[in-house]
Design a protein around this ligand. Sequence first.
Ligand SMILES: NC(=O)c1ccc[n+]([C@@H]2O[C@H](COP(=O)([O-])OP(=O)(O)OC[C@H]3O[C@@H](n4cnc5c(N)ncnc54)[C@H](O)[C@@H]3O)[C@@H](O)[C@H]2O)c1
Length: 628
Amino acid sequence: MRKRILFFKTLTDRIVRNNRGRFLLVLSAFCGLIVFNLLLSDYLVYPGKVVFSGLFGFIIVASQLGLAYLFGVNRGIWKYSSISDLILIVKVAAVSFALNIVSMLVTGLGHDALRILLVDHMLFVLSFGGLRLLVRLYRNVGPVPSTLKRVLIVGAGDGGDIACRRVKHDTTQYEVVGFLDDDPWKKNHEIHGVKVLGATHQIVEIVQANEVNEVVIAIPSAGPALLRSLAEKCFEAKAQVKIMPSLSELSENSATFEIRNLKLEDLLAREPIIEDLSSVRKTYVNKRVLVTGAAGSIGEELVKQVAQMGPAIVYLLDQAESPLYFLFRECQVKFPNVEFVPMLCDITDHWALGRFFKQAQPQIVLHAAAYKHVPILEDNIYQAISVNVEGTKKLAELSKEHGVERFVFISTDKAVNPTNILGVTKRMAELLCKVFQENSKTKFIAVRFGNVIGSQGSVIPLFTKQIQQGGPITVTHPDIKRYFMMIPEAVQLVLFASVLGNGGEIFVLDMGKQVKIMDLAVNMIRLCGFEPNTDIKIEFCGLRPGEKLYEELYDETEKVCPTKHPKINMAIGSIDDSASLLKNINECAALSKQDGKMSELYKLLKRVVTTYQLAPSLCDEVIKEKNV
Ligand SMILES: NC(=O)c1ccc[n+]([C@@H]2O[C@H](COP(=O)([O-])OP(=O)(O)OC[C@H]3O[C@@H](n4cnc5c(N)ncnc54)[C@H](O)[C@@H]3O)[C@@H](O)[C@H]2O)c1
C-alpha cells in the first residue's frame, strides 16, 4: 500500500512541478468539487428536485471558481496548509454567498434557493478545507520508516513545540519518537501526537531503548552548564546532538528558530553576565578610534563592538589588504551610521604611521596587530621583534606625542614566564606600555588573556579541518591544557578594562578553568557524529619548540589584585629602570638585525624579560650561533 502511495506521489510530483499541468489539475479539481457540492446540496435539501440549473447554476459555479482564483486559494504550498488557508476559504465562501444572494434576488428565485445556497457554501468550506488537509497528509507520506532518523526532543515546552513541528515537517528524513522533560506532570502527555517519555536523567536509557539517532535540545534558555551535562549524556548514548538557538542568539535577531548542530563554542561558553555598558559607551562615543590588526580575529571584533558605542570615526589599520577590504565592506553594511576608514599600513613602516597620526589624530588606540604563531616566530626572531616590539613602541611613541587619551595593548598569557619568542616579545611590549606611561597624559593599558575560541590558526579550526579530512587529529601532548574564551566575551572585557585603567596597568581577564586539549579533540569528534579513535584517530605529535604544557596568567613577581569588574583582575608588578629597559629593548632590536649575534641576543632578551625560560634545546642552538 505504502509503495503504491509513493508511486502516485512521484507521478503527481511530476504533474505539479509543471506549471500547465498544475493549473489544469487544480482547475479540474476545483470545478469538480464546486459542481458536486451544488448537486449534493440540492439533493440534501430537496431530494429528487433540481432547483439550480441552467444560468443560475452556472453563476454559482463561476462565482465560486472565480473568487477562489481571485483570493488565491490555489496559491501557497498545499503541503504546508494551515489555519490561514482555512480562513481564506471561509472568506471566499462568505463573499460568494453574498454575491449569489444578490443575483438570487435579481433573478427572483425565492426562499427555497436560500437554504440550498447556505448548505452549498458550507459544503464549499468543508470540501476545500478537507481537500487541502488530504493533500497535506498525502504529501507528507515519506519513505519506509527504517531509513528515517529517529529524533528525541529534550524540553516539552514552547521550544519543544517548535522543534517538533520543524522536525515533523521533514517527514522524508526524520521521525520524532518522543520528548524528555524534567517536569513530572508532563510525563505521558503528548505534543503533536508525540509522547513525553521521561526526564533528562534518563537520556541514555531512552535513547538506547528507542534506537534514537539524534537528540534535539529544545531549551532556548539553557545555559552552557546545562548544555554540557545534556551533551555528555547524549555522547554517552552515542546519539548526535542538535540544538535550538539560545535566547541570546535569538535576541541578536540574526538567528531564526532553525535547529543547528551543537558547536564546541556552546560547550566551552561560560554563563553570561549582564553587563552595564554605559561607562564604556561614555568613553567611546564621538571619539576617533584606531584599531590596529583590525582584520584579525580580535581586531575585527574590537571594531564591531566599538562601532556600537557611537564613535565619530573608526580607523581600520591592517597590513593584510583583502581581509581589510572585506571587513571594511561588512562594517559599512552593518553600521551605516558609523564612518570607517581603512588604513592599509604595516606598523613597522614608521613614516606611514607618523603621517597617519598627524592627519587622523586618533583619540583612542586599540592595538591588536601582531605576529602570534609560536613555531613560526621561533625561527623568525627579527620579524617578531620588528612587529611585536618595535611596531608597538612606535605606536606608543606617536600616541604619547599626539595626546591620545587611551592606548590599549592586547597581550597574551604567553607573555607570562615566556618559553618562546612570541611570549618574550609580547612581554617586552607590556613593559613598553609601563615605560611610556611615565610622564604621560596618555593612559597606557595592557590587557592579558589566554586563547580565544575559533581565532585564525587556532586548534579548533585545525581540528575541524582534520575531522573533515577523515582524521587523524594531531594533539601535541596528552596533558596539554589551555585557557579558552569566546572572542566577543574577551573583547567586551577588553573594552571594560580600557575604561577601568588610569594608565600603567596590566589587566588580566578571568579565563575560568584550563581545558585539556585532548578533551577538546574528543568532544569535537563526537560533535561531528564520530567515535574518537574508532572513526577518527587521535595522534600525539609532541610539544613544539617553545611550547608549554600549561599557560599561566601571572608570574611569581606579580601581585593579583581584583578590580571593580568581577572578571577583570590586575597584575601588579614594577619595572626597575625605564631608561635602561628602553635602551636594552632598542639594543635587542638592533641585534636581531645582525647575523651571528644569536647568543648575544638571547642573553639580552633574558636580561630584559627576566622570567624568560629558554628551552634547553634552544640553549644548544644559541651556542652554535645559528644565523637568524
Ligand atoms: N588569538 C588568540 O587566541 C589570542 C589570545 C590572547 C591574545 N591574543 C593577542 O591578540 C592579538 C591579535 O590576535 P588575533 O588572534 O586577532 O591574530 P590575527 O592573526 O587573527 O590578527 C592579527 C592581525 O594583525 C595584522 N598584522 C600583523 N602584523 C602587522 C603589521 N606589521 N602591521 C599591520 N598589521 C599587522 C594581521 O594582518 C592580522 O590581521 C595578538 O597580539 C595576540 O597575541 C590572541
